[in-house]
Design a protein around this ligand. Structure first.
Ligand code: ADP
Ligand code: MG
Length: 255
């Protein structure tokens, strides 16, 4: 049997995803392909399925129907995930950053960053520390290596979480409302790190309510509503007058 295949440059593809929680349809025929180097911003009302879609993209959730491919390898299909070992390997290709940081509270900042590479990638302690310090420098926290997460601001915690995800050398990054839990004055420092990643050519899917940021950073904006992709286009199209009525009604509420 021939199977549908994502296009050559695709880093991630979902093909005909349907996801239910109980009897409720949460993702309704999602077809999304993100090319290497592309920055896709996902917007839409609360409850429209944005987080669920991101979680399906790295196997934290599994859709009952459809296919998810990362780098041309099949993460899940028709409700079946890859076996655990292969799944772990494929998951490292997609780094995820959550709204709530999810740092290990009992580990120093540097250990939060090195634990994954040491355990999953079997990096040596010195090597992982060296790379960890490099990444901390990149996110502007070179002086916080030995701090405990509890002593950091929200913006600093989120930058550690980004460094931790990058330490796994992902091919793409998935951001789920990375600034939504932050006080307004801390949002900018996190967005700045994401800007830096975009400038380096990192492939990203970003869920955000920061519309100015979306407009600035996105190659493509995808609008979700009630589990469906209802609009998709360049920022100029989505924020312009030719956007479809559902997009305009959503933007009218959030802008
Ligand atoms: P968004 O991120 O766009 O706000 P979500 O993907 O979090 O949307 O949620 C989409 C819908 O799925 C919502 O109606 C939500 O209540 C429901 N949902 C999300 N996670 C679960 C879950 N684990 N169990 C049951 N329903 C869920
Ligand atoms: Mg969400």
């Amino acid at each position: 049997m021939t199977q549908p295949k994502a296009s050559a440059g695709a880093l991630i593809s979902t093909i005909g995803l349907f996801k239910y929680f109980g009897d409720t349809l949460i993702l309704d025929d999602i077809n999304l392909t993100v090319q290497r180097g592309e920055v896709v911003v996902l917007i839409g009302p609360s409850g429209s399925g944005k987080s669920t879609l991101l979680r399906c993209c790295n196997g934290l959730e599994i859709a009952q129907k459809g296919i998810v491919e990362i780098c041309g390898e099949r993460l899940s299909q028709q409700g079946q995930l890859l076996p655990e070992r292969q799944l772990d390997a494929l998951r490292t290709r997609a780094g995820m950053v959550f709204q709530s940081f999810n740092l290990f509270a009992h580990l120093k900042v540097i250990d939060n960053i090195t634990i994954g590479p040491r355990k999953v990638l079997e990096q040596h302690a010195e090597e992982s520390r060296r790379l960890g310090l490099e990444l901390l420098d990149k996110v502007g926290l070179a002086d916080k290596a030995d701090a405990m997460p509890g002593n950091l601001s929200g913006g600093q915690k989120q930058r550690v979480a980004i460094a931790r995800a990058l330490a796994m050398r992902p091919e793409l990054m998935l951001f789920d409302e990375p600034t939504s839990a932050l006080d307004p004055e801390l949002v900018g420092e996190v967005l700045q790190v994401i800007r830096l990643l975009a400038a380096e050519g990192m492939t990203m899917i970003i869920v955000t309510h920061e519309m100015n940021f979306a407009r600035e950073i996105a190659d493509r904006i995808i609008v979700m509503d009630r589990g469906r992709i209802v609009d998709s286009g360049t920022p100029e199209m989505i924020f312009g007058s030719e956007a479809n009525p559902r997009t305009r009604s959503f933007l009218a509420k959030v802008l």
